[in-house]
Design a protein around this ligand. Structure first.
Ligand SMILES: *Cc1c(COP(=O)(O)O)cnc(C)c1O
Length: 427
């Protein structure tokens, strides 16, 4: 596949943009080679600058669950653009979105809009600290919660891809306020509460981890966290920036029926435009300014374009949508599993409604970051490039998940499986 134009663009980009990209995973450092520059998307298909077409499993890292160019979302944005791009003052659509989010997400009684997932988690952490009067934060190895200082401690996603355990520029004193524990391991969190009783402000996690590949919670893990945090008076935060409106209409908390105190949202809630949100129990949320004394603000927060895009997208997501999405995900995963057997390869595939990932030569059951770190990344990278050359765009990192949406029809999935058959035969 000829990608000469993409190649020349990344060389040009690197002269004026660090690494040529505005977010590190996009640079293909994890998988090698050059990133693809895209021009347009239509449903499940992407078009690159060289005129190649790809089936998209990145979906703008999640938001495009209805496919690219969804008529309703695009029309809503165009209509709003004609009215005004923004006021920095309240609008009626913000109320509509907030009411819909309160209706959809079980834990959320009140919600505030921000501009990214990073802002949402950063603000939720400050709120939890302000509410409890405590400083310590617990997170889990391999979970990613955006790039704020307190949460960039053994984080996943791009950080893992680049092979950096955490980041330069994060003060040790800040990192020392964050404990990072093994995912799916209740004993270590029990130990943390015993060691620091009534000192932990919040426990934050991805209820289905998606930034170290897809790792669902083992039975009892979420329930155990709920019990332990409640007993200690610590705030339980589900970071549902990825899983919100993806693994169920009400997110992972609805799917697993465990209700956190606070929830952070992003990705799908913006309908493809830059957005984030955090919400939860009114008693906690009312500690934010202007009602309470925890400061949080944003010039473009609740921007009308993002709000109407998100509102239109959320309105299109009913329970039936998720039954279908789950069935499609199962179909793809079963097909991939059959191909692994056919080609005599050891591939562990984790998946939850609309999310999947492949681990080559890994443990039979992948439940935590150490299992992911021991998988064969070289084989994944060869698979990634073989798929790319056949027109299937997977996330350019062994530590990311694939996303499915409304447009991944049986026909598209069969085409993907044919591509995978050829890719796996040449590994
Ligand atoms: C993507 C992601 C974030 C960060 O969101 P940004 O919008 O990139 O800042 C935080 N948490 C989780 C779970 C994510 O998947």
């Amino acid at each position: 596949m000829d990608r000469r134009k993409s190649q020349s663009l990344i060389e040009r980009a690197a002269r004026s943009i660090p690494g040529g990209v505005n977010s590190p995973v996009r640079a293909f450092k994890g998988v090698g080679g050059n990133p693809v520059f895209f021009t347009s998307g239509d449903g499940v298909y992407l078009q690159d600058v060289d005129g190649n077409r790809y089936i998209d499993y990145v979906a703008s890292w999640g938001p495009m669950i209805l496919g690219h160019g969804h008529h309703g979302v695009v029309e809503a944005v165009k209509h709003q653009a004609d009215l005004a791009l923004g006021f920095g003052a309240p609008t009626e659509q913000e109320i509509e979105l907030a009411e819909l989010v309160v209706d959809m997400v079980p834990s959320i009684e009140k919600v505030r809009m921000v501009n990214s997932g990073t802002e949402a988690t950063m603000s939720a952490i400050r709120l939890a600290r302000g509410f409890t009067g405590r400083d310590l934060i617990v997170k889990f190895n391999g979970c990613y919660h955006g790039h704020s200082d307190a949460l960039l401690v053994k984080a996943g996603s791009g950080v893992l891809t680049l092979g950096i355990p955490s980041s330069a520029g994060v003060p040790e004193a800040v990192a020392a306020q964050t404990l990072s524990l093994p995912f799916n391991d209740l004993d270590s969190i029990r130990h943390a509460f015993a060691t620091y009783p009534e000192q932990i402000a919040a426990v934050i996690l991805e209820p289905v981890a998606g930034n170290m590949g897809c790792i669902p919670p083992v039975p009892g893990f979420l329930e155990g966290l709920r019990t332990l945090t409640r007993a200690d008076g610590s705030v339980l935060i589900f970071d549902e920036v990825m899983t919100g409106f993806r693994v169920a209409r009400g997110g992972a908390q609805a799917r697993y029926n465990v209700i956190p105190d606070l929830t952070t949202l992003g990705k799908i809630i913006g309908g493809g435009l830059p957005v984030g949100a955090f919400g939860g129990r009114a008693e906690i949320m009312d500690h934010i300014a202007p009602v309470g004394n925890v400061y949080q603000a944003g010039t473009l927060s609740g921007n009308p374009l993002a709000v109407v895009a998100g509102l239109t997208m959320l309105q299109a997501l009913d329970d039936g949508f998720y039954d279908e999405l789950e069935a499609r995900t199962n179909y793809l995963v079963e097909g991939l599993q059959a191909l692994a057997v056919k080609h005599g390869l050891s591939i562990t595939i984790n998946h939850v409604c609309g999310m999947f990932s492949l681990f080559f030569d890994a443990a039979k059951v992948v439940t935590e970051f150490d299992h992911v770190a021991n998988a064969n990344i070289d084989t994944f990278n060869r698979f990634f490039h073989a798929m790319l050359d056949q027109g299937v765009y997977l996330a350019p990192s062994a530590f990311e998940v694939g996303f499915l949406g409304a447009q991944h029809t049986t026909e598209v999935l069969d085409a993907t499986l044919s591509a995978a058959d050829r890719a796996l035969s040449n590994l």
